[in-house]
Ligand binder design. Structure first.
Ligand code: GTP
Ligand code: ZN
Length: 355
């Protein structure tokens, strides 16, 4: 397994020329821990240390899926990550603890699969929430409906989900019957992540894509109790059909989100209609001449969908305001330090003069 199996291509190679000139080599982060990463380099798997943030203002925090510039070492596993190649896309969520700092969960993701089980009642709000995160990443969302064998009315379910996923491919599968897998394979490109709540069939789907049982599924987990995964290289797996499957436990449940464009894309039909509202800053609540409310009245857009859009807008504005407050606080702290430093310098200089 080398970088080619993990998506290294001629474009990336071109952008890496400067690093090559400095004796650095490319690698992809398979698993990131504090200060250390498992990466795959041209020679195969390597354990590498993230170099301490000495010069850079931002600390170097690689995450799963990152391409990095590696300073190789003759000693085994003594390679150092010198730089992160700028991310093309990233799945980011507001930190789990409810703080406002975003946490990058996966980098350089091309296809974000939103996995929805047909065995359970469909929850449109949850699908919209994950879709917003998927769009926001910069990757292409695809919805995969699983467990079609457990659903009495598949066309109706497909209709309902398609209604909350404008512009997104929605595919129906059944792992038990083996239905729809070839179409899913055809819809995926590059680095693929599977998002969705526990038990919807992500591991089962992942195994179908991998062509072998490398991810422990719910059934296996409960019988052998061996935890989720069965391989050491567990978080970035090359697919036999090309591309890479990125499977990170932290990605499975999705918490609070910080999205801007992602929301517009998730609710694209509302955003499009909003262009016809009389007021450009229309909130689509009570305004006269509101094209969105007119569409809700006529049944073109379900009231639930508008409510969901407004709820996510509010939630996002709240997270945004908190993160602005954090930035302000950080700036103030920095300014205070700067003032203290200047005072010390002045004091020292005047001390020198008096000597
Ligand atoms: N009937 C049916 N059952 C399925 C299908 N796909 C998955 N399952 C079952 O659903 C259960 C959960 O599947 P998993 O693949 O473990 O779900 P998961 O989303 O990976 O769950 P977490 O790992 O907890 O996030 C297992 O018992 C699977 O066998 C399907 O297409 N049809
Ligand atoms: Zn309006």
């Amino acid at each position: 397994m080398t970088v080619a199996d993990f998506g290294w291509d001629t474009n990336l190679e071109k952008s890496f020329a400067g690093h090559r000139a400095h004796g650095l080599v490319p690698a992809r982060v398979v698993r990131a821990e504090r200060g250390h990463c498992d990466v795959v380099a041209e020679t195969g798997p390597v354990r590498a240390a993230a170099s301490p943030p000495s010069t850079a203002a931002e600390s170097l925090t690689p995450c799963t899926g990152d391409w990095v510039a590696l300073r190789p070492s003759t000693r085994i596993d003594a390679a150092t990550i010198v730089e992160i190649v700028p991310r093309r896309t990233a799945v980011v969520r507001a930190s789990a603890a409810g703080t406002s700092r975003g946490q990058v969960l996966a980098a350089n993701v091309d296809t974000v699969v939103v996995v929805v089980s047909l065995a359970d009642p469909i929850k449109p709000g949850r699908i919209e929430r994950i879709l917003a995160l998927a769009w926001e990443s910069g990757g292409t969302p695809v919805v995969v409906l699983t467990k079609a064998d457990r659903c009495a009315d598949v066309p109706q379910a497909l209709d309902e989900v398609s209604g909350v996923a404008p512009g997104v491919q929605v595919l129906v599968t059944s792992a038990t019957r083996g239905d729809g897998m070839d179409i899913v394979v055809g819809a995926l490109a590059g680095t693929v992540v599977l998002l969705g709540p526990s038990g919807v069939g992500k591991s089962t789907l992942g195994n179908c894509l991998l062509g072998e049982n490398r991810l422990a599924t719910g059934a296996a987990r409960s019988s052998d109790g061996k935890g989720r995964h069965t391989t050491a290289w567990r978080e970035l797996l090359p697919l036999p059909t090309g591309g890479v499957l990125l499977d990170t436990p932290g990605l499975r449940g999705v918490g609070v989100l910080r999205v801007d464009e992602g929301l517009d894309q998730t609710f694209s039909e509302i955003v499009e209609l909003a262009g016809d509202c009389r007021f450009t800053d229309c909130a689509h609540t009570v305004e006269p001449g509101c094209a969105v409310l007119t569409a809700v009245d006529s049944g073109e857009i379900p009231q639930r969908r508008l409510d969901s859009y407004r709820r996510l807008l509010r939630e996002n504005a709240y997270v945004a305001s908190r993160s602005d407050a954090r930035l302000r606080a950080e700036r103030e702290r920095h300014n205070k330090k700067e003032i203290a430093r200047m005072r010390r310098a002045i004091k020292q200089r005047s001390g020198n003069r008096h000597r």
